[in-house]
Every structure is written in structure tokens, then in C-alpha cells.
Design a protein around this ligand. Structure first.
Ligand code: TYD
Length: 135
């Protein structure tokens, strides 16, 4: 399985304001199928406690900051995202939770598949079981 990792995007510095970008299969390791974003998160709320069977994602803090907590069934890894010029690549089959959102934070999430509820594993025990089965 590919590993979760922080990806730095190109940064075009400009006195008029900076610009960053990524493209399909370039800068990021998959073809983009869908983009969604999470915003107006009340203080203390948690999003996305689930895993995906197939979908890979790239998560970017376009504004503000939040934590992405990943669990591979054995260990937990925490990433604090707070820069608009880098993102966290999250391969499939990792339990993932987003929390500790700052005021006015904006989470942009790029996915490798169209929305499909069947791709979700929403129960942590099911995730651990399925994770062991496919190893
Ligand atoms: P969900 O992924 O469960 O959000 P979270 O895990 O952060 O709580 O999505 C919440 C709801 O939004 C769920 O009913 C499915 C719907 N949804 C879509 O219709 N399309 C999408 O692309 C996404 C991500 C969610």
C-alpha cells in the first residue's frame, strides 16, 4: 500500500500574491475524480471518522488549520495541516478523522473516485477486521 505523506505543491511567489497548483497524476499520485470541501466547522467538532476501501485522497488546509488523524489498525499518526501550499496524501484503507479545526478553516479534499457510500467503512472494528482480511 502507498504511504500517507505530506506533498509540497509548486509555489509561485509573486508580490501580487502567491499561487500554488497540482494536476492529475502530476504532483499528486492519482487522477482527480471529485473535489469537496468542509467549512463552517463549529469549535470542537470532528469530521470523517471512517475509512475508504478504494478511494485515495489529498487533504489541504486552504485556510486556517486542523488535524488529520490516521490509523492503520495498529498505530495512530497525526498531521497538523496549516499551509495552503502543501497537502496530505491519504491512501485507501486508513481510518481517518479530522478535528481541532481553527475558526474559519477550510478543508479542501480531492478524491480519486466519485461519491460512493459503499466505499465507506464507518465502523472501526469492521475496519480492523477488513484490514486484516485483505493483508
Ligand atoms: P461524510 O463523508 O460522511 O462526511 P464526514 O465523514 O466528514 O462526516 O459525508 C457527509 C454526507 O455528505 C453524507 O451523507 C454523504 C454526503 N456526501 C456526498 O453526497 N458527496 C460527497 O462527495 C461527500 C464527501 C459526502
Amino acid at each position: 500500500m502507498a504511504r500517507a505523506q505530506i506533498i509540497q505543491f509548486p509555489k509561485i511567489l509573486d508580490p501580487r500574491g502567491n499561487l500554488s497548483f497540482f494536476e492529475n497524476n502530476d504532483q499528486i499520485p492519482f487522477a482527480i475524480k471529485r473535489i469537496y470541501w468542509i467549512y463552517d466547522v463549529p469549535g470542537g467538532e470532528v469530521r470523517g471518522s471512517h475509512a475508504f476501501k478504494e478511494s485515495e485522497e489529498l487533504i489541504i488546509a486552504l485556510s486556517g488549520s486542523f488535524d488529520v488523524v490516521l490509523h492503520d489498525g495498529k498505530k495512530e499518526f497525526k498531521y497538523n495541516l496549516n499551509r495552503s501550499y502543501s497537502g496530505l496524501y491519504v491512501p485507501n484503507m486508513l481510518w481517518r478523522r479530522l478535528d481541532n479545526f481553527s475558526t474559519n478553516s477550510l478543508a479542501l479534499i480531492v478524491s480519486s473516485i466519485s461519491f460512493d457510500e459503499k466505499d465507506y467503512i464507518r465502523n472501526f472494528d469492521d475496519f480492523k477486521k477488513y484490514s486484516n482480511e485483505i493483508k
